[in-house]
Design a protein around this ligand. Structure first.
Ligand SMILES: Cc1cc2nc3c(=O)[nH]c(=O)nc-3n(C[C@H](O)[C@H](O)[C@H](O)COP(=O)(O)OP(=O)(O)OC[C@H]3O[C@@H](n4cnc5c(N)ncnc54)[C@H](O)[C@@H]3O)c2cc1C
Length: 414
């Protein structure tokens, strides 16, 4: 087996966490090599925030992070918080713009600008980058670590940072190989499952609803217990439902998919009105023209293609009957369904569509203040490879920057 380079630090994975770690370690005067399996570093960054890169969020809180021990994030977030991340990026050239709900984007509106400044800084600092190079395993030798590439080359290092990401969107690089590497070297990996992903529903009229967007509220229930509730734009698709609120609610559905547990979404199509308000509005509409066919009487209140689905669900199949035939109880029943429309969840879309991976390297085996393995001194972890995932809104990238920073600093001996 050929010996390639000898470096102080080798970083497996040139994503958000790996590049941050490389920059902070190189700034300490350490020789750093980044090994990336794709043809270039940071491919996933280009896809973030719909191409705009929602790089962090001003409103941080432990409740925004998930995993077997979300408290673990505090170690890194306290050492490299949002303010420090923004200062880091401003120094690199990224002018931050804060939008609704504390979402932060680069003023350029381009995710590529975030990648450009990170790459430029790595180049300026003399970080070596090997692309199209996949690390298969890490071995411990007498002189430190040997990262063994798929081509048989060995990259020797005093310290190694595993920043190989999770399993989400494997077309952008992270295919779960970081978990395999971690397990083979002795770490526990909590079973990964896709998060921030669209939800699959079981309903006969889905194909007819596909493409409809509404402003609503969705509540997720597992075995009839509320697991989360979100409000915003909901998008019906031919397999189920999408939109930011749905991505936020997908974690428990994904976690329990296939377990036989009862999983449902309850949609409120008029979150600003009470059941009583809505029933009164429907009654008023009916009073204007009681002869109108039932289906027609909802036109202007509800998206046309949703009317048939709601009437079908309410048991009023004869949509041609006059709306004036509805009694008060029936009006309340229809209004109640529009306020609480239960839909059975069958699971979530595949890894290819998920934005983040839940599960990963057990954080109980990693020092939260340094990101160093408690099992193998000199081995560090950063980013999504760890059993931490965040909500939509910039939390996953903040975790990548913070954990990358802490791993880089400590691997460099600072
Ligand atoms: C479509 C999409 C949009 C998103 N938008 C946002 C957003 O706006 N805001 C936000 O906060 N988060 C967003 N995320 C999530 C965020 O991008 C990730 O959480 C973050 O990039 C994780 O960083 P990472 O460095 O840990 O992993 P990654 O970015 O996945 O990087 C890991 C790198 O390691 C490489 N690699 C893997 N295995 C090996 C190996 N064996 N050898 C060598 N290299 C390897 C991969 O090719 C990859 O480049 C989005 C994700 C997706 C998919």
């Amino acid at each position: 087996m050929a010996e390639a380079e000898t470096n102080r630090i080798v970083i497996v994975g040139g994503g958000a966490a790996g590049m941050t770690a490389a920059i902070v370690a190189a700034r300490q005067g350490t020789a750093v090599t980044v090994i990336e399996r794709m043809s270039r570093v940071g491919k996933k960054l280009l896809a973030t925030g719909n191409g705009r890169c929602n790089l962090t969020n001003m409103y941080q809180g432990i409740e925004k992070y998930h995993g077997s021990n979300p408290q673990f994030v505090l170690g890194a977030l306290e050492r490299f918080n949002v303010k420090q991340a923004l200062a880091f990026f401003e120094e690199l050239g990224i002018e931050p713009v804060i939008e609704e709900n504390g979402y932060v984007y680069p003023a350029s509106g381009q995710a590529s600008s975030v990648l450009d400044v990170l790459r430029y800084e790595m180049e300026r600092l003399g970080v070596k980058v090997f692309c199209d190079t996949r690390i298969n395993r890490i071995e411990m030798g007498e002189k430190g670590f040997r990262c063994i590439g798929a081509d048989g080359r060995a990259y020797t290092a005093d310290r190694v940072i595993v920043a190989a990401g999770g399993k989400s969107s494997p077309n952008l690089g992270s295919n779960g190989s970081g978990f395999k590497i971690a397990e083979e070297i002795g770490h526990t990996v909590h079973k990964p499952f896709p998060a921030l992903v669209q939800i699959r529903l079981d309903a006969p009229y889905l194909k007819r609803l596909s493409g409809i967007r509404i402003q609503g509220r969705a509540e997720c229930r597992i075995d009839d217990v509320v697991a989360g509730c979100e409000r915003g734009e909901l998008l019906f698709t031919d397999y189920g439902i999408s939109g930011i609120p749905i991505l936020q609610l997908s974690r428990p559905v994904s976690e329990h998919a296939g377990s036989g547990r009862k999983m449902s979404l309850h949609l409120d199509l008029f979150p600003d009105w009470t059941d009583k308000d809505l029933a009164a509005r429907i009654a008023r509409r009916i009073s204007f023209n009681p002869q109108k066919p039932l289906q027609m009487s909802f036109v202007g209140l509800l998206h046309k293609r949703l009317i048939a689905a709601i009437l079908q669900e309410s048991g009023f199949d004869n949509a041609r009957s006059a709306c004036g035939e509805l009694n008060q109880q029936e009006i309340q029943h229809i209004a109640g369904l529009m306020k609480n429309w239960p839909l059975r969840c069958t699971g979530v879309q595949s890894w290819m569509f998920s934005q983040v991976t839940a599960g990963g390297v057990d954080v109980a085996e990693v020092n939260p203040g340094t990101m160093e393995s408690k099992i193998i001194p000199g081995l560090y972890f950063a980013g999504e490879v760890l059993d931490i995932d965040g909500d939509c809104g910039g939390y996953n990238l903040q975790w990548a920057w913070s954990s990358g920073y802490v791993a880089g600093m400590n691997a460099a001996g600072c």
